[in-house]
Design a protein around this ligand. Structure first.
Ligand code: CTP
Ligand code: CA
Length: 231
């Protein structure tokens, strides 16, 4: 929680943040989607703009009405599929200082998208799934000096790993500087105004923990980014 209001400690930083969930078409009227509302990413965009950053928000599918809360000073780009989001993010990452991938990206897309609306008369469709490119990993791999790359991960503990252990491996796999991890289940983490996260840093340490509103979590992330950048 920030104690000082009105501090423009991100002035001069160009930040690009993705939010929401991608949708992968099955046929002209159906898609594979996910439960991301976009609220956490939009909270990051709002908090960063309030702190003086130059912000571009790349919105995949977000919950009805949440984009209306975004003030004019924040540029908004739209992306439908993971491939669209990848193009927008990769393009914008070029001259960003900080890239934050809050969006829930579909891991697979349908290779055999039907060009007509599927009907039951045609029988049960077999969807052929192919893996989507990893946007965060690509951006991290081609980062310039001085760029900070941040990912998000919603995790569930498994029989042999905690959520933090899974996050540590994931941050390494992606090559991100910071990975914000939250625990999810059917009841927690989605479609709610609040969030509870651990932020894993470059040396595998938990550099911050935050619980509260998505805005409070966003402020804690921005603090961790500034700390990492030595600013
Ligand atoms: N991400 C991405 N491109 C993808 C998949 C994920 O950029 N194709 C980003 C997400 O935006 C998020 C981070 O990577 O910031 C972690 O996403 P997650 O789905 O947890 O990672 P995966 O490698 O897909 O792992 P999992 O098998 O657990 O889904
Ligand atoms: Ca995934």
């Amino acid at each position: 929680v920030r104690l000082l209001e009105g501090v423009r400690d991100l002035a001069g930083l160009r930040l690009v943040v993705s939010a929401g969930g991608t949708r992968e078409p099955i046929d002209p009227v159906r898609f594979i989607g996910n439960r991301s509302s976009g609220r956490q990413g939009i909270a990051v965009a709002l908090a960063a703009a309030h702190r003086g950053a130059d912000v571009t928000l790349v919105a995949a599918h977000v919950e009805e009405g949440v984009l209306a809360t975004v003030p004019d000073g924040i540029r908004i780009a739209h992306a439908g599929t993971a491939a669209d989001l990848g193009e927008r993010m990769t393009e914008l990452a070029g001259d960003a200082d900080v890239v934050i991938m809050t969006a829930a990206v579909a891991d697979y897309r349908v290779a055999n998208v039907a060009d007509h609306k599927l009907a039951k008369e045609d029988g049960a469709p077999s969807l052929e799934l192919v893996e989507n490119a990893d946007i965060l990993k690509g951006i991290a791999a081609s980062r310039r000096d001085g760029q900070t790359i941040v990912g998000f991960a919603a995790e569930m503990p498994t029989a042999d790993e905690t959520v933090i252990e899974r996050g540590i491996r994931k941050r390494r796999r992606k090559g991100a500087d910071l990975l914000v991890v939250n625990e999810v289940g059917w009841e927690a983490g989605f479609e709610r105004p609040d969030n509870s996260v651990s932020i894993i840093g470059p040396d595998d340490a938990v550099v911050a923990q935050a619980s509260g509103t998505k805005r409070e979590v966003a402020e804690a992330l921005l603090d961790a980014i500034l700390q990492l950048r030595g600013q």
